[in-house]
Design a protein around this ligand. Sequence first.
Ligand code: IMP
Length: 428
Amino acid sequence: MVASPSATIVVGLQFGDEGKGQIVDLLAAEHEVIVRYNGGANAGHTVRVGGERFALHLLPSGVVTPGTINVIAHGVALDPFVLLDEMDGLAGRGIGLAGRLWISDRAHLVLPWHRAEEALLERALPALGTTGRGIGPCYADKARRATALRAVDLLDPALPAKVAAIARVKQLQLAGLAAAMGQEPPAVDAASLAESLRAAGERLRPYLTDTVAALHEALATRRVLFEGAHATMLDLDLGTFPYVTSSSATALGVHAGAGVPARAIGRVVGVLKAYTSRVGAGPFPTELHGPAADRLRERGDEYGTTTRRPRRVGWLDLPMVRFAAQVNGVTELAVTGLGVLAGLDELAVGISYRLGGESLVRLPASAEQAAMVQAVTEPVKPWPSLDGGTTWADLPGAARSFVERIERDVAPVRWLCLGPGREEVVRR
Ligand code: IMP
């Protein structure tokens, strides 16, 4: 039973890579249970602890905080092999998960044919620039039902028969797609896949549970933190469709993806970067090009955590983050990346859009029109280095004015991350 609305959600307000991992890591110290509720190994959350860097894809960022319980809820697209690799990687660095990882037995499985299907679709149609982790096809199978497998199936003695039946359909589907592309069909070896899945299931057995029941019990007595993966503008329903990911990447996804009602949530922390980055295709009105973009990308080390692809970069887009704060019900903000902008001679912020002589504050529904939208920007007074700043008062006036502008437009700012380390966070 939910005792009081004490749970927290952390969610990205742009296109991902806002630095949510850093905020979750900070908040993990104040929470006992950390929950992933959407997406899969397409996410990349970087957490730095005492000079060590952890790049997490499926496991909640709380795993690096001793004493926390970490939950992979049923809304997550679960690749059992990636998960086991990640668990082994942590074990190799002295981080054990026994008794502190709960995995939903209802989570849908990402299987090798999902990656194969995605790779073919990315070639057969205009590419979305996906991470190639099979996430879209996995959620498509979840919606189709008959071709889906869930974590609970890993423990079912009938697993080989289930895999064989679905593999027959997948083989036909992949062969059709491959033939259309003039390619050899990818091989699907159902028997060996079933055996690998059975073995993975045995290893995961101690962690698989009914996470809805466990979470409801936890909500009555413990502080629970929900860690959003990806971000609002990549949300399947609210983002820049079709250049989005296939899950509910906003705070709204918590309810369906973890089975937790709205009244359990006390606060929603929106994370925004002081500029914008995007991986993959899709509209990006404040995007920079040429040397200005290169400088920002290098300074911010804007390369994908999952794929190391260079990220597209541009100025902060205020209408976009205002929209994101609204739909998520953001109660407070964490602003990252201020240090990356320090020392640049010219800074700007997007304040509205123009399309064919019309002024807009919301991207149009049509992907083609959204791609033609131009940002109207305003200059921002640059600030020098932030080195040595540990309090709000230490920050240069221009940086403080920029933050105050975000507050006026979006929501109160509680944390400023000047750099990626735990010790580089200014609280307000
Ligand atoms: P998918 O999630 O692999 O299907 O990719 C769909 C789109 O979302 C692509 O543009 C990806 O680059 C983007 N995307 C997915 N996950 C992330 C993330 O964690 N950070 C940034 N972009 C992401």
